[in-house]
Design a protein around this ligand. Structure first.
Ligand code: NIG
Ligand code: FE
Length: 417
């Protein structure tokens, strides 16, 4: 890591925050503190100082001239299933031909299909393919990441997935947090669902805790998957082992997932396509981050979560990619921001707050990541030359990230333009 990096002539440095707040909620979400014609000095991986170019120190160190470019915190993608064995474009075509996501799952496709493939794939192969995906999303601006298990669904295969995540963490490309999602689907061979939940609680959890393979525990609490009662039992068991709940809720129905997530003090409840007044009011009285995954709603043709209502009610929201082979085969956070603006009527500033500080909160990383703050890690995106901040989500599908700096080093995508 270079000792110091000085980014100069920044058209606009944005996402600044010195209040120490842990998340951004409601009306504040549309405010992004910015400095025009700025510098940013990162020292030993951390943000040391920033300000107007007139105050820029003269330093003997690596410099980067960011004329015409915006600089902002890296995306914090707080919900992914990045480790998987195979893509599922056959199901994509089946859906074009009229089958629904649930119908495909009932015919042995979906999560169980991914589990079958993963069980047949070696740890090494899983690692190599996930590493390629990881490098791609980092080049797109993601500087912090969460990855879930959940395509193993046997003791050995869940452990295999979590060990792959551990190896990705050990590559030290970006910080990665690991989530145990053994409760992703009930394998076909369990006619007695309780037996699978018992396996998860009594056999998987102790081993995961012993090897310290996860910090979060997740359950797919939805129609056709895990019930509210099963979810509570699993989350409580996970908590006994020190795992923090963070769940899939209300993607397919008003599942009670938001309620049980809040009851179990989940750090986040994710998806939320089915969210009404009752859920919004409960979220308002909680510390749980509502996390929205618009690329999943886009890809599956679902209705979108009511982001506007949530923010107008004073809630924070986070945005994440849900990168997985079945419902969101993309970890492109710039596209997630575009969809948030186009389909959920979030303002560009709201989308950026949601994908940075609020994403960091959803990973328990808000003290060190998610904003331009002195002492936080120096993980930033340098855009290409763009006319305004709104241009970023407006210019959907185009790659406008020129450079990604992770903790002061590891420059990526460098092109001389
Ligand atoms: O977050 N909703 C549950 N799990 C994933 C989809 C998994 C799959 O289809 O493989 C999701 O959308
Ligand atoms: Fe997911």
């Amino acid at each position: 890591m270079p000792k110091s990096l000085l980014i100069t002539n920044i058209k606009i440095l944005t996402g600044i925050d010195e209040t120490g707040r842990r998340k951004v909620s409601g009306a504040e979400m549309k405010i992004l503190q910015s400095i025009e014609n700025a510098f940013l000095h990162i020292h030993e991986g951390k943000i040391f100082s920033y300000g107007k170019m007139e105050e820029c120190p003269s330093l003997e160190c690596d410099t980067y001239d960011a004329s015409g470019r915006f600089v902002m915190p890296c995306w914090v993608d707080s919900h992914t299933h990045l480790v998987y064995a195979e893509s599922r474009e056959k199901e994509f075509v089946d859906r074009i031909n009229g089958l629904s996501y649930v119908q495909i799952a009932e015919r042995g496709g979906g999560i169980l299909n991914s589990a079958k493939r993963l069980q047949q794939t070696s740890e090494d192969e899983l690692f190599q393919t996930a590493l390629i995906r990881l490098k791609e999303i980092v080049a797109g601006g993601t500087g912090d990441l969460e990855i879930k298990s959940g395509y193993g669904l046997t003791v050995n295969d869940e452990l295999k997935m979590l060990r792959v995540i551990k190896r990705l963490q050990d590559e030290n490309i970006i910080p990665i947090k690991s989530t145990f999602l053994g409760a992703h689907a009930i394998p076909k061979e369990y006619s007695d669902r309780k037996k699978y939940v018992d396996l998860l609680i009594y056999e998987m959890l102790p081993k995961i805790a012993e090897e310290k393979l996860a910090v979060f525990i997740d359950v797919f609490c939805d129609k056709g998957f895990f019930t509210v009662e099963e979810t509570e039992r699993i989350l409580m068991a996970g908590k006994e082992y020190g795992l923090i709940p963070k769940i899939h809720a209300n993607e397919l129905d008003f599942s009670g997932g938001i309620q049980v997530g809040i009851k179990c003090n989940a750090l986040s409840v994710d998806h939320l396509e089915f969210t009404g007044e009752e859920e919004i009011n409960l979220l308002k009285n909680s510390e749980t981050m509502p996390t929205l995954l618009p690329s999943t709603a886009f890809f599956l043709g679902l209705k979108y979560p009511p982001a506007r209502k949530m923010i107008d009610a004073g809630l924070p929201v986070a945005l994440a990619s849900d990168y997985n082979p079945g419902s969101s085969p993309s970890g492109n956070m710039c596209l997630v921001l575009s969809l948030a603006c186009i389909k959920m009527k979030m303002l560009p500033e709201e989308a950026i707050n949601a994908a940075t500080l609020n994403g960091a909160y959803a990973l328990g990383m808000e003290k060190t990541h998610g904003s331009i703050s002195k002492g936080k890690m120096g993980s930033v995106i340098i855009t290409k030359k763009i006319p305004s901040l709104a241009f970023l989500p407006y210019s959907f599908g185009n790659s406008l990230v020129e450079e990604v700096i992770v903790e002061g080093g590891k420059m990526r995508n460098r092109k001389d333009t």
